[in-house]
Each structure stands twice: as C-alpha cells, then as structure tokens.
Design a protein around this ligand. Sequence first.
Ligand SMILES: Nc1ncnc2c1ncn2[C@@H]1O[C@H](COP(=O)(O)OP(=O)(O)OP(=O)(O)O)[C@@H](O)[C@H]1O
Ligand SMILES: [Mg+2]
Length: 354
Amino acid sequence: MMTANPFTISFGRKPENYISREIVSSEIIDCFSSDSPFTNTYILTGVRGMGKTVTMTAVANHFKKLDEWIVIDLNPSRDLLDAFGARLYDALIKNKYELKAINPSAFGVSVLSMEKKDDPVFDIELFNDKLLQTALSKGKKILITIDEAANSSYMRQFALSFQGMLRNEYPVFLLMTGLFQNVTDIQNDKSLTFLLRAKRIDLESLNLSLIKKSYQNILSVPSDQARKMAELTRGYPFAYQVLGYLVFENPSESLSKLMDRYDSYLQSYVYEKIWQESSGNDREFLIAMSKVKGNIKQTAEIKAQSQMDDKTFSVYRDRLIKRGIVKAVKYGEVIFALPRFEEYVQQVNEFDLY
Ligand SMILES: Nc1ncnc2c1ncn2[C@@H]1O[C@H](COP(=O)(O)OP(=O)(O)OP(=O)(O)O)[C@@H](O)[C@H]1O
Ligand SMILES: [Mg+2]
C-alpha cells in the first residue's frame, strides 16, 4: 500500500512538511511576549502562496498553548467588532470568570449566536470594553489575528476600536496578513494612524538548502536531483509543496516530464490570480521582461522591449518588486521571483490571453 503523500497542495493549513520561518515567528513571539513590546501590531505581507497564513497560524498556535493568552481569530469579511465581542465573551466564560455584571442581553446582543438585536441602546464597544477590563483584571493578554486584511468598512471600524483599546493600555495585540496592495491601502488610511507604527514583515523565499535537505530526507532522492528540485522552486513555498507532491506521486518520472503538471498547478492555484490582479502596465512590464533572454534581465533591455516612458516604467518595476513578483538582484538587474512564471507570461502573451 502506498503511504499518503506528505506534501500538500492546499492553502492555509499548516503543512506536514514545514520549512522553518523561525526568524520571523520568533521575532513576533518575542516582541509580543516582552514586558515592553515596541509594537502591538505585526503585518505579514507577501505574494500569494508565500506562506502568510501558515506563518500567522504558527505564531497563533504558540500563544494558544499558553494560559496567559486568549487568541481570537477574526474573519475580515464579517463584522469584526461583533465577532471579537462574541469570541472574547466565550473565552472568558470558558475560563469560568464571573461575568454576571456583563450580561450580553443588557447590551442588546445575544453574543453567542453573534446576532445583534435591533436594540437602540446596544453598544458593542462598551460591551467589549467591559470584557477587556475583566480580561485585564485576570492578567490575560489577547492576541487577535486577521488573515487577508483589506481596507473594508468592517476593518476600519475595528481598527479604530483597536486604537482605542491601545489608548486604554489594554494588553491587546494584533497580527494580520495581507497582499502588498491591500496592506498599503489600509496603512495609508488617514484615520488608522496606529498602523503606521505597526511592524510590517515581507515574507522572503524559503532557504534553498533547507528545501534541498527536506527533499533528500522525505523523498530519498540523490543530492544532485534534490538540488535541481530546490532550484526549480526558487524557494517559493507553494512550489515546494507542489514539486514534492508530484515527485512523491511519480518517483520514476524525470523532472522534465513533470514540468507540465507543475506548471498547471502553479497556474491554476496562483498565477492566474496574480495576472488578474495586474494592471495593463504591470502586464506590459512582465511581457517585455519575458522577452529578454536569460535568467537575470537588464532593466534597460526590458525598457527597450516596452512602450513605457521612463517614469511609468520605474513606477511599475517598483510596484512589481513590492508585490513580490519581480526581484531586484542588483542595480539595473531583475529576475522573476516566482518559478516558471516567465513561461506562464510567455504563454499568456503567445495565445493573446490577456
Ligand atoms: N514554511 C513553509 N514550509 C513549507 N511549505 C509552506 C510553508 N509556508 C507555506 N507553505 C505552503 O505554501 C502554500 C501557501 O501557504 P499559505 O496558504 O500560508 O500562503 P499565503 O501567503 O497565505 O497565500 P494567500 O495569499 O493566497 O492566502 C501552502 O500549500 C503551504 O502548505
Ligand atoms: Mg493566506
């Protein structure tokens, strides 16, 4: 009987094979655990598939194990203030704290069903404040996580309230993830000034030696093949899973035979989305870039392949670098950050798919 594939191609869950991001996770853990944290808010950014959700979950799991902490995961597409109140109430009840003075129905909210009644005196912030005071008096700290934050009205409303909690010196901490453009949008919102003090970490690609070692251990492939595979992933976490998955399923197949399937996974899970999220100028830059031969591309040559003026060209180059799609290697030189993305762009262009 074949054993289950130890690699995963699904998003958001902590994979069985996890390449450590210890530097990032321990920075956040150390900061939030310290007596005088220099920030209460961390934001993880990175291109799709870079491991934002997985890293956030790893940090959240660390705190979930500790008695002193209450961890509340919030979904940014719902009413965050409501959900926060409901979860905190629930957590305090589970700790068997006396909450009679904070009867949710007195606030016009049936918290556990998370449904607000049409009560004019209902005030969720007041309700949350009472809960926070209880948590504080019991020496609890609260970590709030928000995956895929974007500048929605729920998000703004919640952020303003969180700002108030910080002013009251409640021990609340926030860990969010988001795509570069969405995070920038939130941070630039003039009403959400506390986010300017948030520490932002842009996730980098995984270490190629660790990837190589992991392939050698799990798949028992020779060193040379493991090295080739690691290079083929460019350190992109999702690609690490997909390639491992394919080689595990097809141990006798050569790598070149697996490329078509590798490409289709990358395309349908990530690259098509990235392309959809790209503007006309982003696309023009990427297509021009894919026409320049070689792995490392001179920006001057890319410029010559495009129709853009100097200013537009550099704006879009910078944007693509910040989004994690293009990587600057040194002055005047860039590469595609994601594996097989160049081939994808060439194909889109060849078949006029955009
Ligand atoms: N440190 C890691 N080691 C190994 N695999 C990882 C690691 N981090 C993420 N992965 C794998 O990469 C894929 C994407 O991870 P994740 O869902 O965390 O990405 P994301 O940045 O949240 O993407 P999105 O922006 O689409 O939400 C998953 O298949 C996951 O198993
Ligand atoms: Mg995610």
